[in-house]
Design a protein. Sequence first.
Length: 369
Amino acid sequence: MTDVRGVMAEDVQALEGDGATAGSTARSAVPLLEDDDISAHEGQASDLAARPGAMLLDYVRATLPDDRETRAALAEWVGPSETRAMGWRGWYDSSATVLDGGLIAWCRDPERAEVQGLLVDLPGRACACLGERLVPFLAWCCEVGHVTRADYAIDDREGRLTLERVLSAVRSGAVVTRWREARPLVSYDLQTGERTGWTVYLGSRRSDAMVRIYDKRAQQGGDGEPWVRLEFETKGDLAHNLACAYFEEGSAAVVGQLARRVRFAVVDPTDTNKRRWATAPWWAAVVGSVAPGPSLLCGERQEVTVAALQSYIERQAGPSMAAVTAARGGDTSWWYAMLERSRHRMKPKHRAAVSLFQRQSVAVGVLAE
């Protein structure tokens, strides 16, 4: 692991040491990020949930001036980095990973660096690493550079946003928007026929904004209470202007831009002008649940419980464990060997679940006495 400033400085020095001229680049020697890699990178979702009455900032991409002062400041924000042997999309020939799944990218050639600038790209998990510093970081990007993508999330934990409700509105023409299409994507377990997840896309990735509505609970591999996420993805000038407007108007600025682009309504057969149709109560409840004033654009971690972990094991690993046990004639000794090998792989969320379970058990015991 090294410092962002050191990574880029060493890269430039190495290039100059090879006798490179200002007009030459090392692009041919550095593999660029392929489409599959880009999708995997951008799809790194965090396990944070938007706080009630607030929005969650779940993606930030910005271009910044590529100079020593900006590099130093960026290093203070994102910390250590890991150099990668690839560039980014064909626009940058050098890159490094930061935080949890984030990246920075730059050009080795000074002339291209002056034009392209320095890229910082933070998907959901990387944003989560900044915690309470995420909002100040976004403000800094607005001040010194240009925000080129920002995704805002609203979480519905009340069961208002459902696949059936969204698709029913789409099929009945009850979506008030200038966008031309909705694209549902539903996945099923071929063995059980059960639905394992769903996403509905509204708008186009090629435009300056689009909406994703998806089953966040299924994405996290959990059961229990509903958790559906509405994501408003903004790009280009809209992303920058909206990020700047947020600091003056609060989350109302984001909700306002969302409302300008899409609204679910109640069909009124007596009125041919859809824009006069009343807003569907369930949509108003979801979007209107966000406080109009400034709200913290960072999330809160979801408490992992032993019950949830046990449910996950039964659902995902239960059939496989039963098959292996049956093949071994009912011998379960391999279970315990596997558990012993897995102890050191427990993450902080697993240890927190154990601690919570033990505290609750003690509390129950005290009450029983």
